[in-house]
Ligand binder design. Structure first.
Ligand code: FAD
Length: 567
């Protein structure tokens, strides 16, 4: 018999997973909510300290249509418009629901306060406190989950395979990180809410838990992935001095509220060398800023930690405090005095627009298999508006939970023989003992370097081909030979091995898609194809066939009446 069983299995307990679990339980299902880290404390949600974009229209007039138009515009013609519409339509309901559940959105004169952010036409982004949004929403969802007896929470359980027979999900295999044992889980439906992939990159804003496992699990199970080339790189992520407990992407509101000088390692302004002007107040677009910083580094004019300086020393302390009050004190507690020290910043992988292909019910093409949150691809097309990701986690989580709870018990009964066969195949301890000196963590670090150098913010066919060759070599030669240590209890090598196995498949999906898209669009920038090509206004869908990734082009899902996007 399976080791664990429930109506709905939720894989990943970030914002999307917890929302899905709550909704499924409210719909009458028994729910198993698993996380490879601590439930509600593991992924991006708790790290996202800034804003959530929703057309509440409380700060100034706004509408779902306007939010949708901004989202589609940022997506550069590649959004799945039905998913984008769902995100914009349902966002306000979820924000107000979160408020009823206890999230204290910042308020002003009796209404929820909303701020401007790049790419939005109006003040649309709400938040909790200064830099407290993610921790606050995660706390609300954790509390709500813990109040619902139908939800069983299990931390330290990493799903390593979805069990599928005849196109129907039956459950999953998971690694118990405490005792190193593989376990089987039976469920009528499973929701992949295991977050994004930015840990694939050496420089990232992510938690250690975002290795892109959701994408590999979906692909191996027979679902499709979409838009995998579109990784969002944030141009001014924090590099130095060391910053503890604060958001590595927090500098964006600083620079657009206060202005800041972007300087190279020789303290020179440089943006004018790259076709932009900012008159001493950094306001270049994200793509130009990222390009300019990387080119300065390449030319040997980077800062000691390999980035650029962001300098606020010209701004009086009173002005800094007026705009960011308590944040200035938190920075001081980290030893950073903005009136005296510039900070070092640089591009880093931040979010994934691509992901698992689903319909508006979050259903993949495998019966009983759903996805939610950053794991889903399509809603944001080729680029994402700031603030849309937490909205996506709530909206798609809610929808996935409701859909999964409706799934009737499978017509295909639990297949113990299939489960046992998978356990046998996956049990890393059954692999031949190796005398290889490399550990899975060392190979993960190499993969991160390969991805950063060859499939990062600015790509070429040559570099992508080199990345693909090394990834394939790692899959075929290195991965099977890696040493995973002798003991089972708290064996982190074992955990890293399974994670690496998924990371390699996901990295391959990103690189193959990036190679095939011979144009620059949104977050995908090819130095060898710098222009957009309208014949490529199509999405790439990937599937797993005979142990290999196979791609096809498909037209984007359009709504009947939307305005064409504009540059
Ligand atoms: C530093 C930072 C700042 C951000 N700021 C903002 C912002 O201001 N506004 C905004 O809209 N968005 C922001 N984002 C993006 C946004 O936070 C995420 O897109 C969103 O929170 C994703 O939610 P999720 O539930 O899909 O995934 P996550 O919150 O990442 O949760 C995924 C969970 O899955 C678990 N998991 C992974 N693999 C497995 C496995 N194999 N088995 C079991 N569990 C697994 C992880 O441990 C994790 O707990 C930010 C992201 C980062 C990293």
């Amino acid at each position: 018999m399976p080791d664990l069983s429930s109506d709905v299995l939720v894989i990943g307990a970030g914002g999307a997973g917890m929302y899905a679990a709550i909704t499924a339980a409210q719909s009458g299902a028994s729910v198993l909510l698993l996380d490879k880290g601590q439930v509600g404390r593991g992924g991006a949600t708790i790290m996202a300290q800034m804003t959530v974009a929703v057309a509440l229209g409380q700060q100034e007039p706004d509408s779902v249509e306007l939010h949708l138009a901004d989202t589609l515009n940022a997506g550069r013609g590649l959004c799945n418009e039905e998913l984008s519409k769902l995100l914009c339509e349902e966002g306000p309901k979820r924000i107000l629901e979160m408020e009823r559940w206890g999230t204290r959105w910042a308020r002003e004169n009796g209404h929820i306060k909303q701020e401007m952010a790049p790419g939005h036409s109006v003040k649309r982004c709400c938040y909790v406190d200064f830099l407290n949004t993610g921790p606050a929403v995660a706390a609300t969802l954790r509390r709500k989950v813990s109040e619902m007896p139908a939800i069983r929470r299990i931390s330290n359980l990493a799903v390593v395979e979805i069990l599928v027979r005849d196109g129907q999900a039956l459950g999953a295999v998971a690694l118990n990180l405490v005792d190193g044992e593989l376990m089987t889980i039976q469920a009528n439906s499973a929701i992949l809410a295991a977050g994004g992939l930015t840990k694939l990159y050496e420089r990232n804003s992510a938690s250690a838990n975002m290795g892109g496992e959701a994408y590999a699990l979906a692909l191996w199970a027979g679902a499709e992935l979409i838009d995998m080339e579109f990784v969002q790189f944030f141009p001014i992520g924090h590099l130095a001095p060391r910053l503890v407990g604060m958001d590595p992407i927090m500098w964006d509101p600083f620079r657009y509220k206060l202005g800041g000088k972007l300087l190279n390692g020789q303290f020179e302004e440089f943006i004018n060398r790259y076709g932009s002007t900012d008159f001493g107040k950094y306001n270049a677009t994200r793509d130009i800023a990222a390009y300019a910083i990387l080119k300065e580094i390449e030319a040997g004019r980077g800062t000691p930690h390999g980035g650029a300086y962001l300098d606020f020393r010209h701004i009086p302390e009173a002005e800094l405090r007026g705009a960011f009050g308590p944040v200035i004190d938190r920075l001081l507690a980290n030893g950073i005095d903005l009136t005296k020290t510039p900070v070092e910043v640089g591009p880093m992988a931040h979010y994934h627009m691509g992901g698992i292909r689903v319909d508006v019910n979050m259903q993949t093409r495998i019966a009983g298999l759903f996805a939610a949150g950053e794991a889903v691809g399509g809603a944001n097309g080729a680029n994402r508006l700031s603030g849309n990701a937490i909205t996506e986690a709530f909206v798609f989580g809610e929808r996935a939970g409701a859909s999964a709870a409706e799934t009737k018990p499978s017509r295909i009964p639990w297949d113990e023989a299939l489960a046992r066969k998978e356990l046998e195949r996956l049990d890393a301890r059954n692999r031949r003992p190796s005398n290889a000196r490399a550990t899975p963590a060392a190979l993960q670090a190499e993969l991160q370097k390969v991805m950063w150098e060859n499939a990062g913010p600015f790509r070429t066919g040559e570099k992508l081909a080199a990345a693909l060759a090394r990834i394939q070599e790692m899959q075929k030669i290195d991965l099977p030979r890696l040493s995973v240590g002798g003991q089972n209890r708290f064996n982190l090598d074992l955990q890293d091995w399974f994670e690496l196995r998924a990371m390699l498949t996901t990295a391959e999906a990103v690189v193959r898609s990036a190679l095939a898209r011979r144009e620059s669009r949104g977050a995908h920038q090819r130095e060898d194809f710098p222009a957009s090509d309208d014949t490529l206004l199509r999405n790439q869908a990937l599937q797993w066939e005979d142990e290999a990734i196979v791609a096809r082009w498909m037209p984007p899902v359009r709504l009947k009446q939307t305005r064409p996007f504009h540059d």
